[in-house]
Design a protein around this ligand. Structure first.
Ligand SMILES: Nc1ncnc2c1ncn2[C@@H]1O[C@H](COP(=O)(O)OP(=O)(O)OP(=O)(O)O)[C@@H](O)[C@H]1O
Ligand SMILES: [Mg+2]
Length: 911
């Protein structure tokens, strides 16, 4: 029967059609689904055979390797790149996804033909790889890549949500395979046993529902005469297993031993590994026999051949047939031969015969070492196995909770839920409550989590179980941080660190402590936590949490240049994860760049961070989207800003649980749009709740200035005065120049509204003096604009024009479109000779580039190659080319020389 392939013409032509679209320059995604043995793998083999010019990246999920992080991605990438794929457990999904993008880019540069990325049996692939794959697929724009994902069931729960959405969304084509037709079965039979009469074909078809695997098994198993005899009862199609057993039985002991050993090592393994496990000194004759019997395939490779099973069902049959004694012995021996701690423990888990505390302890130790390096993805499956093997219920519960926690840090909410549901022990226990509280914020329900944690804390005996107490205190600290309760956050973090020193490096407690003090207004105390930390360039990777903390505190204190140095280094250290810190560093970096006036870089950094939080289901989701919205609003990209705001839920203000970020940004947007009533509506609830600690800190959560501005706009001047006075007092007490500059601007507007122009002018000038002592280009420009407006209205046109021109220059450099329009109108109204030069947009701006186009264009202008840009921005090279092409077209240029002229190097001047 050999390689005969029948039917499937419509499926093949659909695949060919997709490939034609790919060749024309559009990436395509195809889902092939259908039950075991229906011919999914065969269909793809046939399709690929028809396109020898296509470069193929192929990987296949393996039933016993679903716990091995990035196993699948390693299969896909290692034949195509000399640079080692970040091996498990070195990296997180976005990092490895970027690596995939990188390799796809390289291959497209090297080859003229299309790329086909095949993921067979994706239901068995490790979830880290599938997340990395989804991450990469979402970022293909103009790549010549056809991706084919094979699944037995399209709604397999093992599939990460992101990938499922992609596969079942509008952008993907779904090909569902059903049984072969009578004609096709006839063709298949003719090639194997000779022509069959129609009755026999119908019997075969009825019996197998046209499943080719079963049809072929029956044709091999049942003599043709029996197939034709109406009285002969056909064996169950699952006689397949029997067929394999027969084939095995026909082999020598050596060949049987080789196949058995291979089945313990996975779907494929190096021949020498299987031979060693089977204790075969000269394995080649055994291999030849097994290949001849169709039990194994052989692929020559440098360093020795590799063996693999032709079909997962075959491997499963062999493995299940081993029997407990042999299976146990083989796994134990394989453990001894494994060269990684992870592999060794994996085999010992399979060899276990029941609870085994020693093994559970080893698993937990390795998991803790991984967690200490913040590699949660590897820690999680180890802890899950430890939980299954521990003897005492208390230990099983503890490891289970730790596994839930590790999965949540990785952003794998669904898997965490499954483990949580399986947790042993009393649902009212401290550990259970703790785990439940961990899950809640991921559903956006932070308010219920807090009382649950306090509950757990109150019943927890910290002397008897300091570790658990430390977990709870740590979580209370993170919760307090997101609720703006700075001092509480710092104190809980200290408590947690006192209870368990081990947690210092494995979590972000030190960061929470620093940030907490900063939020409470005590920057100095926060910085004191990291006094020992050296210059950014000398910080060790283990201390990256402290570096992020210092960067943030420096940003809050207005020391933006040093904040940027810290954060740049932190980003470099975190480039391979952990995800949580990487997103934090990106968020802080974006805000710092915004403060420094590098708005394009800021928008890009924050948009990338937002897309990473979307990919990983991260708790920082809200903060990051709000920050991105703020920068985009300031640039006048209101639609995009609103899109980001739509991504975060509307959280009602209730006492003790106030989140200010999204409200602040909504109000900022409303003020830019000239809607002070909408701004006031967003912020008034904060005023009512402002007794809560941390809510009024001018540098960490500035909103009173916005509310005062809204009140001035509404003519509610006394209220504006009251709100502003409180803000001024704190800003002065903290000595925060940028906040004081803001104060002066709003105070000046208030005085102007009260018809006190002289006083207003003095205050604006005082504000400019504050702004001159820090890097605050936006605030400086806003003060100049406000001063210019005041001067014009009081008839001093020449002086007004001078202030407005200064404002215009800075606003142009920033790209602050909304205020630029206002500034240009004022200048025009001044009627001075030079004013006509100033139009709402910079004269040569032409059409507006999207943030991504701008970012790509800027980096290209700075001399980076497309590949370097792709790395920097986490995009595929083709996507970079795509954006660059659009930017060229919009700017009417045709080369990088034109770009350099458009985007000369150098940041916005600080002076
Ligand atoms: N159209 C076909 N013509 C001839 N043989 C076929 C056809 N489709 C499948 N087969 C044969 O049927 C067997 C099972 O097919 P295949 O391995 O492709 O199934 P599958 O859907 O990939 O199953 P699984 O879900 O177990 O991976 C193979 O031996 C294959 O060669
Ligand atoms: Mg298959």
């Amino acid at each position: 029967m050999g390689d005969l392939f029948v039917g499937r013409n419509s499926h093949l032509s659909a695949l060919n059609d997709q490939l034609a679209q790919v060749i024309a320059g559009a990436p395509r995604l195809v889902l092939v689904d259908g039950p075991a043995g229906i011919g999914k793998t065969a269909l793809i083999g046939r399709f690929l055979a028809g396109h020898p010019g296509a470069e193929v990246l192929k990987g296949c999920g393996e039933e016993n390797e679903t716990g091995l992080p990035f196993g699948l991605l390693d299969q896909l990438l290692s034949p195509h790149t000399e640079q080692a794929v970040p091996r498990p457990p070195a990296a997180d999904a976005p990092t490895v996804g970027s690596r995939l993008l990188d390799v796809l880019g390289e291959l497209q540069t090297r080859n003229a033909g299309p790329l086909v990325l095949v993921v067979d049996d994706a239901h068995w692939a490790d979830s880290s790889s599938l997340q990395a794959l989804a991450f990469a697929l979402r970022r293909l724009r103009a790549d010549r890549v056809l991706t084919v994902v094979v699944l037995r069931e399209a709604d397999d729960p093992a599939l990460p949500e992101g990938l499922r959405r992609l596969l079942t969304g509008e952008g993907a084509l779904r090909l569902t395979l059903t049984g072969l037709t009578a004609g096709e079965v006839c063709e298949l039979a003719a090639a194997s046993t000779g022509p069959l009469p129609p009755t026999a074909v119908v019997r075969l078809l009825d019996h197998t529902a046209g499943n080719p695997l079963h049809v072929k098994a029956l044709l091999e198993q049942v003599p043709p005469a029996h197939l034709m005899s109406a009285t002969f009862l056909l064996p169950a199609p699952l006689g397949y297993a029997r067929l394999i057993e027969q084939r095995l039985a026909g082999c020598t002991d050596e060949a049987q031993a080789l196949v058995a050993a291979a089945s313990v090592l996975g779907m494929s393994c190096p021949l020498h590994a299987a031979a060693r496990l089977a204790e075969l000194k000269l394995p080649l004759p055994a291999l030849e026999e097994a290949v001849g019997a169709g039990l194994l395939d052989e692929t020559p490779e440098p360093g020795g051949p590799r063996v693999s099973f032709p079909h997962p069902m075959l491997r499963a049959t062999v493995y299940r047939r081993l029997g407990p004694v042999l299976r146990h012995a083989l796994h134990r021996a394989a453990a001894g031969q494994s060269d990684t701690a992870f592999g060794r423990l994996q085999h010992l888990v399979h060899a276990a015969q029941g609870p085994d505390d020693a093994l559970a302890g080893q698993l937990a130790d390795l998991a803790h070492a991984e967690a200490a390096a913040r590699r949660w993805g590897t820690a999680a499956p180890l802890l899950r196995d430890a939980a299954r093997l521990a003897r005492a219920e208390r230990d099983r519960e503890r490891y289970g909770v730790e596994a839930v926690e590790a999965l949540l840090w990785e952003g794998r909410r669904d898997e965490a839920q499954v483990l949580f549901d399986e947790l042993p022990g009393d649902a009212c226990s401290t550990a259970h409550r703790y785990a439940r509280a961990l899950m809640l914020p991921f559903d956006g329900d932070i308010r219920q989590a807090e009382p649950l944690l306090r509950d757990a804390w109150s019943i927890c005996d910290s002397a008897a179980d300091p570790e658990l107490a430390s977990y709870i205190a740590g979580q209370l600290s993170f919760m307090a941080l997101s609720l703006n309760h700075g001092l509480q956050a710092a104190e809980w973090a200290e408590q947690a660190l006192r209870l368990s020193a081990r947690r210092a490096s494995s979590t972000m407690l030190r960061y929470a402590r620093m940030t907490g003090y900063g939020l409470s207004g005590d920057i100095g105390r926060g910085l004191a936590v990291a006094t020992e930390l050296p210059d950014a360039s000398l910080v060790a990777a283990a201390d990256v949490d402290l570096l992020c903390g210092r960067g943030l505190l420096r940003m809050w204190s207005g020391d933006l240049e040093n904040a940027e140095r810290d954060l740049r280094e932190a980003l470099f250290i975190c480039r391979d994860g952990p995800m949580m810190l990487r997103i934090i560093a990106m968020l802080e970096m974006g805000l710092t760049q915004y403060g420094l006036g590098a708005w394009e870089e800021a928008a890009l950094c924050l948009e990338s961070a937002a897309s990473l939080t979307d990919d990983t289901g991260n708790e920082l989701h809200l903060t990051v989207h709000a920050a991105a919205a703020r920068v985009l609003a300031a640039r006048g990209d209101y639609d995009r800003a609103e899109w980001h705001l739509d991504q975060v839920p509307d959280i009602p203000v209730t006492p003790g649980t106030v989140m200010t970020e999204s409200r602040r940004v909504r109000a900022f947007l409303a003020i830019l749009r000239g809607q002070p009533d909408a701004a006031a509506a967003e912020l008034l609830p904060l005023l009512e709740a402002d007794a809560a600690e941390g809510l009024c800190e001018p540098m960490t959560a500035p909103w009173r200035d916005l509310l005062a501005e809204a009140f001035v706009g509404l003519g509610r001047l006394d209220e504006a005065d009251r709100v502003l006075t409180a803000f001024e007092a704190l800003a002065a007490a903290r000595g925060h120049r940028a906040a004081q500059a803001t104060d002066c601007r709003v105070r000046g507007e208030l005085l102007a509204a009260r018809h006190e122009p002289d006083a207003a002018e003095d205050v604006f000038r005082a504000g400019l003096a504050h702004a001159a002592r820090v890097t605050a280009p936006y605030e400086r420009a806003r003060l100049q604009l406000a001063l210019g407006e005041l001067l014009r209205r009081t008839g001093r046109r020449a002086a007004a024009a001078q202030a407005l021109q200064a404002a215009h220059e800075t606003l142009t450099a920033l790209g602050a479109v909304p205020l630029l329009e206002r500034c240009a109108r004022e200048l025009a109204a001044c009627g001075t000779s030079g004013a006509a030069r100033f139009r709402p947009m910079p004269p040569d701006s032409g059409p507006v580039l999207t943030p991504q186009e701008l970012a790509v264009a800027r980096l290209a202008a700075s001399g980076l190659t497309n590949r370097q840009i792709a790395r920097e921005l986490v995009l595929s090279v083709k996507t970079v080319e795509y954006h660059l092409g659009h930017a060229y077209a919009k700017l009417g240029i045709s080369s990088r020389v034109g770009l350099v002229a458009r985007f000369p190097p150098g940041p916005v001047s600080a002076g």
